[in-house]
Design a protein. Structure first.
Length: 428
């Protein structure tokens, strides 16, 4: 009989949040994902987001599948039993699969778990067979099931969790552990138009500045200031939610084909640009976002490289001067054209809708496999959503495993390192 240490499920293990930005075209359920995770309520109506909206929260999943995704001791067999491996709605990447295959011996000590999760959360393997979950609505209002109704009473939630736990593990000896509160910052962003993407700005801009100050950034097709409202994907310095300390991107697109009501009638002339790909327009926007992100991070790393090489240092301190010169020589030897891209989870939304297109889902899976991104199908229906909690859990595990593969220190040392410092990793 393996004994487990009881963990404090009321306290986070770090004060440094994992920062995830939600990107995607209009009507891709980005705001609904944030609302479900933070308030346990899905949005019944569409309210377009007009500016970046960060939300800081403590994420403590109750769904067994999400807890399995975050279990660093879960084996490949455990993932298969929980429907994560071999399922049609989730596709994992090599960093997660390699970590799962290496998980052989179960070590539940706090030191081991924190080393594997980079100090972002601890795991509690006690009380797994109790009638009520150790996570209750009294300890954290943010805990809920991924299959939930916004009208359910908080007193019913522990019984809901027990139902899903017993239902999913009735024929399995594996029971996923509970996590300590995971500090997250979810950044909701306005809907993306492919022609309005700005990859990188060295300094943040105030859209209220005059046109003679903003210059070309204030120009739009109609000559107005609409362009100044567009947010860049990365800002090198200044106050901005989308900066170099982003830990991952949740890339959303809708599976419902678009119908443009104001589109012109088909032309009688033969053109080289047919409109047959109109139903695949959400994926075209996704391709544009991915390409622009790569360009943005290349420009950001070049900007950061030049800044580190050219910055001043204290000439009156000999130790400081020698150390700075040594660091500068190391930075100068690095490739200024090196590229890095934070982990990205590709999310297909509205998958349970009656108008959902199987073609859009399959094409999205192909793109995710081609780009080596994890893929998940979700639905943010008003009264019954699916896989939303799993989506965030997948993003957390992908971010942590990618940081470990890149040799980052995680939450223990990131708080002491400038946010702009990122590993320079080449991507194919």
């Amino acid at each position: 009989m393996i004994s487990h240490d009881r963990k404090n499920l009321m306290r986070s293990t770090t004060d440094r949040p994992l920062r995830f930005a939600l990107l995607g075209p209009h009507n891709s359920s980005k705001s609904s994902i944030v609302s479900i995770i933070t308030n346990n309520k899905s949005l019944g109506n569409y309210y377009p987001t007009i500016q970046n909206s960060p939300t800081l929260l403590q994420f403590q999943p109750a769904n067994p599948k999400t807890r399995t995704l975050l279990d660093i001791n879960a084996t490949e067999e455990d993932f298969e039993e929980m429907g994560i491996i071999g399922g049609s709605d989730i596709s994992l990447t090599e960093p997660i699969l390699n970590a799962v295959k290496k998980a052989q011996s179960r070590n539940t000590s706090t030191e081991y778990v924190l080393s594997k999760t980079l100090n972002y959360y601890d795991l509690d393997y006690t009380q797994l067979d109790d009638k009520l979950s150790p996570i209750s609505s009294y300890s954290s209002p943010l805990n809920f099931s991924s299959y939930s109704s916004p009208f359910s009473s908080p007193f019913e939630q522990p019984f809901e969790k027990q139902f899903f736990r017993s239902n999913s593990n009735s024929q399995s000896a594996y029971t996923p552990p509970y996590t300590t509160p995971i500090l997250l910052e979810l950044i909701d962003t306005p809907g993306v138009e492919a022609e309005e993407l700005i990859p990188f700005l060295e300094r943040s801009l105030d859209s209220r500045l005059a046109k003679d100050v903003l210059r070309n950034l204030a120009e739009d097709n109609d000559g107005g200031l609409g362009r100044a409202r567009v947010k860049p994907l990365i800002v090198g310095s200044g106050i901005s939610d989308l900066n170099g300390s982003i830990d991952g991107y949740i890339l959303c697109y809708s599976c419902i084909p678009e119908t443009t009501l104001d589109s012109p009638p088909p032309s009688y002339c033969v053109t080289d640009d047919p409109q047959d790909n109109q139903p695949l327009k959400p994926l075209e926007v996704v391709k544009a976002i991915k390409s622009t992100l790569e360009e943005a991070w290349t420009e950001f790393l070049r900007y950061h490289h030049n800044w580190e090489v050219g910055k001043e240092y204290d000439v009156f301190s000999i130790n400081r001067s020698l150390k700075t010169l040594w660091n500068k020589s190391k930075i100068a030897q690095t490739d200024p054209n090196a590229t890095y891209l934070p982990p990205i989870v590709m999310v297909a939304t509205h998958c349970a809708h009656e108008l959902a297109s199987p073609v859009l889902i399959e094409e999205g899976k192909k793109l995710a496999k081609q780009w080596s991104f994890p893929f998940i199908e979700i639905d943010c229906s008003f009264e019954n959503w699916t896989n939303v909690e799993e989506c965030v859990g997948l993003m957390i595990r992908e971010s942590i495993e990618s940081q470990k593969a890149a040799g980052q220190s995680g939450a223990l040392k990131k708080s002491k390192v400038p946010a702009a410092v990122k590993p320079k990793v080449h991507i194919a």
